[in-house]
Ligand binder design. Structure first.
Ligand SMILES: Cc1cc2nc3c(=O)[nH]c(=O)nc-3n(C[C@H](O)[C@H](O)[C@H](O)COP(=O)(O)O)c2cc1C
Length: 190
């Protein structure tokens, strides 16, 4: 029997292939209801044994600025004072900030599966936002591994790991990117 499409596969493929990581945003902040709806969509991600290991944090201006400052401090400590100030300004101009963490597990298999589930949740969120005209960037720079990051977000690093910091807003520019052809990444086994 022919499968009955639930949604136009062409539209889904278009959404998947046109979503881009956005590095530069205009100053507008997307409505909070939309961000809430994206988190709502995110939590329908597959997750083994229904562990639902994700935690979402919506960061206010005070926390976002503190992260921007910590990031600048880390860059300055590496000897690049001018670069640190450039980044501070750039990060402070990012309109929306969200943090996604994953619950830690002593069991390495569960830890890996839970991280995988959180990545699926992240992609759900990004795609929902993109479909609504909101761009985002998933970042995992040095700042999210610094102990001070956990202090200023009130997150216990013994219980949660950072999956990513997410910037969101309206794209000032949509970068171009490419992928290898399917044949380069597909192996057919007998
Ligand atoms: C786990 C993860 C971490 C990432 N961290 C960063 C980052 O720190 N800085 C950055 O500019 N992009 C980061 N990205 C975005 C990738 O650079 C981006 O997805 C890639 O260049 C492909 O572009 P596209 O998302 O537009 O397809 C990250 C993506 C993932 C999945």
């Amino acid at each position: 029997m022919e499968p009955k499409p639930r949604l136009s596969p062409e539209i889904v493929a278009h959404l998947l292939s046109t979503r881009r990581t956005i590095h530069d945003f205009t100053s507008g902040l997307p409505p909070q209801e939309l961000i809430h709806a994206a988190i709502d969509a995110a939590r329908w991600a597959p997750n083994h044994r229904l562990t639902e290991p994700w935690h979402f944090y919506l960061l206010g201006r005070e926390t976002a600025d503190a992260i921007a400052d910590l990031n600048a401090e880390l860059i300055a400590a590496s000897g690049d004072a001018a670069g640190a100030e450039r980044k501070r300004k750039r990060w402070r101009a990012v309109p929306g900030w969200l943090l996604l963490t994953c619950e830690r597990s002593e069991d390495p298999v569960r830890a890996q599966e839970d991280y995988a589930a959180c990545c699926c949740a992240a992609q759900n969120m990004l795609l929902y936002l993109w479909s609504a005209g909101v761009g985002a960037k998933w970042t995992t720079g040095q700042v999210v591994r610094d102990p001070r990051f956990f202090e200023l977000t009130w997150i216990d690093p013994e219980r949660e790991t950072v999956v990513g910091l997410f910037w969101y807003g309206y794209a000032a520019e949509v970068p171009a990117t490419a992928r290898k052809p399917v044949d380069e990444v597909l192996v057919r086994l007998p």
